[in-house]
Design a protein around this ligand. Structure first.
Ligand code: PMP
Length: 360
């Protein structure tokens, strides 16, 4: 087997080695069942136990109150962009969107198919390099949608915004879920594609308050009703069984690490070190404004696209992969999710220094 390298990919992203090793052991036979994890019926005893444990560990990890459902859906976070307005927004109704990057913009575009989204704040004026502090909410929005971490631009909300009145807060937490403690009771819906902080691509975690499960439309296809998935414990149809299993292993790993407070401590330590190295460097420059910097996606540039490309190949030759920034912004992006090892950050800082010295 070839050696593992440091993988800074924004997603699908690095997973804990312990988790991968345990999954490997269960590929051919889950425990002593004689049937591999991917081959078990989703209605059988073995997988039902996996599903129940995954949900229980998720609830424990984030102290999810009893009046919230934990659902394991498919279609990626991108399907939530339309499933949410399809359920809660009727023609002529307004939901407020806080636009902090390309993913929020995509969410707005989907909401337009069903109702009248109102952009209550946007950081578009400075190319999404910051998190807005002022909101211009509409009178009575059906919900307020925001993106807690902007994977492409490397910005993150320090804490959740306050929604007006009793409008539920809806959060796309795809790229920072469980990177720190979260007070679920402040939210109506939290959703995240798994492939950054939770597991493999193919499963979407949706945490949704009971009253919203109830309030969703019932005249749309069953697969798009939260109610149907909640009533059937995410087994209305065949759920993404392997993804759920692996997410369960990641939850166990997070609990073993010490839970979300400990993850937050580690994530802060990794990010602060890297930002400090960038700020101290004569060559590299962070692109996000200081008070909006992400703990998960650290974006930086040299100011010269050719030099950026040189650095990316230089780093790759030294076992640091996935540092190329998103194609829409260029530069570099180091994604340092929960499972990214601190030694990888140290190595990146070393290589950045070597690169600077190599150029005299
Ligand atoms: N939201 C955010 C913040 C993302 O980073 C991504 C994927 N990079 C998406 C949504 C889209 O997720 P998916 O590919 O699972 O549809």
């Amino acid at each position: 087997m070839s050696e593992r390298i440091y993988n800074f990919s924004a997603g699908p992203a690095v997973l804990p080695v312990e988790v991968l090793e345990e999954a490997r052991a269960n590929l051919l036979s889950l425990g002593d069942t004689g049937v591999g994890i991917m081959e078990h019926s989703h209605r059988g005893k073995a997988f039902s136990a996996v599903l129940a444990q995954t949900e229980a560990d998720c609830r424990k990890l984030a102290s999810i109150p009893d009046n919230y459902q934990v659902l394991f859906l498919q279609g990626g976070a991108s399907s939530q962009f339309f499933q949410i307005p399809m359920n809660f927004l009727e023609s002529g109704q307004t939901a407020d969107y806080l636009v902090t990057g390309s993913w929020s913009k995509k969410a707005v575009a989907q909401a337009k198919r069903f109702g009248t989204p109102h952009v209550a704040a946007s950081s578009d004026d400075r190319n999404f390099t910051y998190i807005p502090r002022q909101f211009d909410y509409s009178n009575d929005p059906r919900y307020v949608h925001f993106t807690s971490n902007n994977t492409i631009f490397g910005t993150q909300w320090a804490s959740e915004p306050e929604a007006p009145g009793d409008a539920p807060l809806v959060c796309d937490a795809s790229s920072d879920i469980f990177c720190r403690p979260i007070d679920v009771s402040k939210y109506g819906i939290i959703y995240a594609g798994a492939q950054k902080n939770l597991g493999p691509a193919g499963v979407t975690l949706v945490i949704i308050r009971d009253d919203l499960v109830e309030a969703g439309r019932s005249d749309i296809p069953e697969m798009l009703q939260y109610r149907i998935h909640a009533e059937n414990d995410s087994c209305y149809n065949t759920p993404p069984t392997f993804g759920i299993y692996l997410m369960g292993l990641v939850f166990k790993w997070l609990l073993k690490q010490g839970g979300l407070d400990e993850m937050h401590r580690q994530n802060r330590q990794k990010a602060e070190k890297l930002y400090a190295a960038i700020d101290d460097s004569p060559l590299f420059k962070a692109t996000a404004e200081q008070d909006s910097r992400s703990l998960m996606n650290v974006t930086f540039v040299t100011g010269n696209p050719d030099l950026d490309a040189d650095f990316i190949s230089y780093a790759k030759e030294r076992g640091l992969d996935g540092l190329k920034g998103h194609r829409s912004v260029g530069g570099m992006r180091a994604s340092i999710y929960n499972a990214f090892p601190p030694e990888g950050v140290d190595r990146l800082i070393e290589v950045m220094g070597e690169f600077v010295r190599s150029r005299g």
